[in-house]
Design a protein around this ligand. Sequence first.
Ligand SMILES: [Zn+2]
Length: 354
Amino acid sequence: MSHSGDDSFSDAAEECYNAEFRSYPDDAWYNVRVLFAGNSGDKMRVKYDNFSDDYDNIFIADSFKSAYEVYDFIGRFRKASAQLQDPDCSMVVKGMRVCSSDSFGNDDVRFYDAIIDEVLHKKHSYVNGQEECECTFLISWLHGPNVGNTTDKGVANICLLQGSEIPPKLASFIEIALQKIDKALCNSISGTSNDLVAPHKDNKGSPIVKWKPSSSECIRQPLSAVWPLGGIEFGCASKQEETDLGGDKNLHKILVQNLEKELSSSTVSEFIHKQTSITTRVYIFPSLPWEPHTNGVIMMNCQKDLERLLGFLQNPNHFIASLNGRPWVATEKLLTNDHWTLMLSFPKSCWIEQ
Ligand SMILES: [Zn+2]
């Protein structure tokens, strides 16, 4: 992991190791560069920072056999995370997803994602004029050898996620891979529906609003008192356009991570409407059997609704969690070129219904 401040994947930036790849053998995040291996764009080389060329991975576009494999592959890339700086420790709050280092013996340090369970703040000290954070971060590992376990970490172990934007070369490689499997996949799946709201059998993952202990006086307040539905103009002229979800630039999207795998699109949509009166369409991505959680995208027609919904999901007075206690992590507005948007562009009839 390196921690460059580059905020986009320009051609020049692609020369740097400014992407992260979650490697297949150990599921840990590594800083990488993405290159084409050949002239046609259907072969891609992933080079690891601080490792020799012997460790390069070569991927071939037509080697993907299913939508799940493509989904998993795209989800293994993102912008390189940034080391948390001592004076910025207050940016890290409960429920936030971070990337953290974990040690497995002498020189074996690997990076995995985790959710912040608690931050125990301590007064910062100053050494030679430099601010030093002595806070403790209680994290719960989302993957890796310690998945599900809780660990104490210091500021030096915490990296901030920088978004799911992917390098242009990877986007172009994925396009080719999708084209290659598209036909075969569509032919092989029968009985799928165009309805994006997949029916789910139970609602164990149903979301609820949990008030933070510090705002216990809010518990008996109706949500409208905290979330002023009547106080602001809301709602947009409804548009009936039907869409290719990934490509429609009129749709505004929020990525929500750390969802229960049993959660259905309709449950999320109904919950949001009940709480905020915002009409949304929700897509829950398929997850792999060994993944402890899944991710979804909430889509709506107007920017004003998006800002309101982000305000609701990121309200410091409460958090949204499943009945099982798993907190939602609504971190991003989706960009047109990140991997989530790319996955939404994938022909919906080809997604395997969950
Ligand atoms: Zn601190």
